[in-house]
Write a new protein. Structure first.
Lengths: 112, 114
């Protein structure tokens, strides 16, 4: 069964204090790893897709990287508006499944 | 920017009642999904739908659940006889292409079963 574990569960940063969020996964044949941002009471907002180990993607202050067992979301010089829960999800190849399997997320709070 | 929309934003119903949650996926998308998130828990897959058929469903998606695309724009989730444990946020998602491709989520419907 595909599984995703995210750490830490919660992270508090000062504005400008860079850090990384971790997503460890076990999956039978990774087809894609996805990062989403979720604000309270809202739906997940797509950020990145990574397909193979060594791949990196960037968007503003966010950079996602992928290895064979985990992915990192690096946040450089965060601002208060980056406060949200960041979700990691995987799509495995078992049976041609289309479902995303999510982790519980990391709740990021950036203080001004 | 195109987005997935869902109605209603909040639905309160009594146990045993039927509810229909509605979604309008992004217009050129062909693959549709329902997920749910119980408060404080992970987002969980319910069902995927393509070409007017269910392509995959989870163990959660039992006979009490059904999905339909009644016209060219709407995608609905029906729960026939709601239970207290059905209380959750229900998210509709759509994708332009088949896996692995990003799925775009709607804002959700909060279902409260009393």
């Amino acid at each position: 069964e595909d599984q995703v574990t995210q750490s830490p569960e919660a992270l508090r940063l000062q504005e400008g204090e860079s850090s990384s969020l971790n997503c460890s996964y076990t999956v039978s044949g990774l087809r894609g790893l996805f990062w989403y941002r979720q604000d309270p009471g809202k739906g997940p907002e797509f950020l990145f897709t990574l397909y193979s180990a060594g791949e990196e993607k960037e968007k503003e202050r966010l950079k996602a990287t992928l290895t064979k067992k985990e992915s990192f979301l690096h946040i450089t010089a965060p601002k208060p508006e980056d406060s949200a829960t960041y979700l990691c999800a995987v799509q495995g190849s078992r049976g041609g499944s289309e479902k995303l399997v999510f982790g519980k997320g990391t709740k990021l709070t950036v203080n001004p | 920017e195109p987005e997935v929309t869902q109605t209603p934003s909040h639905q309160v119903t009594q146990m045993g009642q039927e509810v229909i949650l509605r979604c309008v996926p992004i217009s050129n998308h062909l693959y549709f999904y329902w997920y749910r998130q119980i408060l404080g828990q992970k987002v969980e897959f319910l069902v995927s739908f393509y070409n007017n058929e269910i392509s995959e469903k989870s163990e959660i998606f039992d006979d009490q659940f059904s999905v339909e695309r009644p016209d060219g724009s709407n995608f609905t989730l029906k729960i026939r006889s709601t239970k207290l444990e059905d209380s959750a946020m229900y998210f509709c998602a759509s994708s332009e292409r088949r896996t692995p491709y990003e799925q775009y989520f709607g804002p959700g419907t909060r279902l409260t079963v009393t």
